[in-house]
Design a protein around this ligand. Structure first.
Ligand SMILES: *Cc1c(COP(=O)(O)O)cnc(C)c1O
Length: 423
């Protein structure tokens, strides 16, 4: 059952309670490989579900527009202090409602409408908010997009430099949502310096790896760093913007009053809790295990003939091109979900198929690592994936129920934070 308790909810609103309980069970019974997801701790859940949600706190600690901030101010200062300590930055703003608003605040802080902005194109692994056409950032600014190389699946830094010299962006984004390889922050910093652009590192996916020492840090290279707090960092839905002291004022003003009203204090508290957890010694073990698991899973998939973008992974994320398996990403993802393996269909670089029906699958190992799976379990996970994908390619549904039952039994040995088996 759901842990923390939802007994009041069950009494007041059985309909919603039933769905929350069903979701907890679903998360318990599935191998969750969505690269942006995780399981937060019961402590983070408790902070998220606390009375802090009742309080309005527009402004910043010591400079609020509402009274009664005796407890909220210290909470926000704790979160800020912990972020600065954990990532080694001079300034942190913990108020952005989520990753997309955090990125918008960077535009607000440094750009005027119509200014040129450069980012990795969405189908190559970038994020919508890095200037993609359907995003406000692509409509209100002048986007320039870099790619990955067709032969290596990696960002081509020579091309990034040529493009930056030609287009003179005022802001350059590095980072993205489907990048299986280490981001070369020093190389981006050199290019940004050369063209006089602000360099923003969006570490939403890899923040937990950076905090745990399993990926190089952009600190000292990027002018500004944005991150969600709910992916590998394993906190609540939220975001942070970090920077040198030089940009502190511009960023704070952009978040409030530039873009937002009152901060979500329950989220701020949960961010503080997650940052404390990320500073514990075992967190670097978790971060390294995520990378080791992804490496082991990639090796097992390669052995089974899967075509991995860039040939493997350096981080938590694997991008598969299914073309040689005779099935597209969406039907494969749907069959896998029915079989108890949850991931998402995804475009691959230079995908000939449409974005809503692309060629690939994206998966990540953060959630299963939190659950306690290790490298020894990865060949088994790969075997299940392969079995279901092959069956789905042949239109054979019979394996789905059998694999789902096997997975339920398998996962019973791996406790889930937020779920207790004994009522
Ligand atoms: C997830 C993500 C975001 C956006 O986060 P939301 O909280 O979903 O708005 C921004 N940038 C990158 C690189 C991401 O992966």
């Amino acid at each position: 059952m759901h842990e923390t308790s939802i007994s009041h909810l069950q009494g007041r609103d059985p309909e919603v309670a039933g769905l929350v309980e069903a979701e907890a069970r679903r998360q318990y019974e599935k191998i969750r490989l969505i690269a942006s997801e995780n399981y937060v701790s019961p402590a983070v859940l408790e902070a998220t579900g606390s009375v802090l949600t009742n309080k309005y706190s527009e402004g910043y600690a010591g400079k609020r527009y509402y009274e009664g901030q005796q407890n909220v101010d210290p909470i926000e200062l704790l979160a800020i202090g912990r972020a600065k300590e954990l990532f080694g930055v001079e300034h942190a703003n913990v108020q952005p409602y989520s990753g997309s608003p955090a990125n918008l605040a960077v535009y607000m802080a440094f750009l005027e409408p119509g200014d040129p902005v450069m980012g990795l194109s969405l189908p190559m692994g970038g994020h919508l908010t890095h200037g993609w056409s359907v995003s406000a950032t692509g409509k209100w600014f002048d986007p320039v997009r870099y790619d990955v190389r067709a032969d290596t699946g990696r960002v081509d830094m020579d091309k990034v430099r040529d493009l930056a010299l030609k287009e003179r962006p005022k802001l350059i984004w590095c980072g993205g949502t489907a990048i299986p390889r280490t981001i070369d922050f020093p190389a981006f910093a050199e290019i940004a310096r050369e063209v006089g652009a602000v360099l923003a590192a969006d570490i939403a996916h890899i923040a937990g790896l950076i905090a745990g020492g399993a990926h190089p840090s952009p600190v000292g290279h990027a002018d500004v760093i944005t991150t969600t707090t709910h992916k590998t960092l394993r906190g609540p839905r939220g975001a942070m913007i970090m920077s040198t002291a030089e940009h502190a004022k511009a960023i704070d003003k952009a978040v409030f009053p530039g873009l937002q009203g009152g901060p979500h204090n329950h989220t701020t508290a949960a961010i503080a809790v997650a940052l404390r957890e990320a500073a514990q010694r075992d967190f670097s073990g978790y971060a390294r295990q995520i990378v080791a698991n992804a490496g082991a899973l990639a090796a097992a998939l390669l052995e089974r003939g899967y075509d991995l973008i860039s040939g493997g992974t350096d981080n938590h994320l694997i991008l598969i091109d299914l073309t040689n398996k005779g099935i597209a990403g969406k039907p494969a993802a749907q069959a896998l979900d029915r079989a108890g393996i949850e991931l998402n269909y995804n475009a691959v670089p230079f995908d000939p198929r449409k974005p809503f029906d692309p060629s690939g699958l994206r998966l990540g190992t953060a959630a299963i690592t939190t659950r306690g799976l290790g490298e020894a379990q990865m060949p088994r996970v790969a075997a299940w994936i392969d079995e279901v994908v092959q069956a789905a390619a042949k239109g054979d549904e019979t394996v789905v129920d059998r694999v789902a039952a096997q997975i339920r039994e398998f996962l019973a040995s791996y406790p889930m934070p937020g779920w207790t088996s004994t009522p």
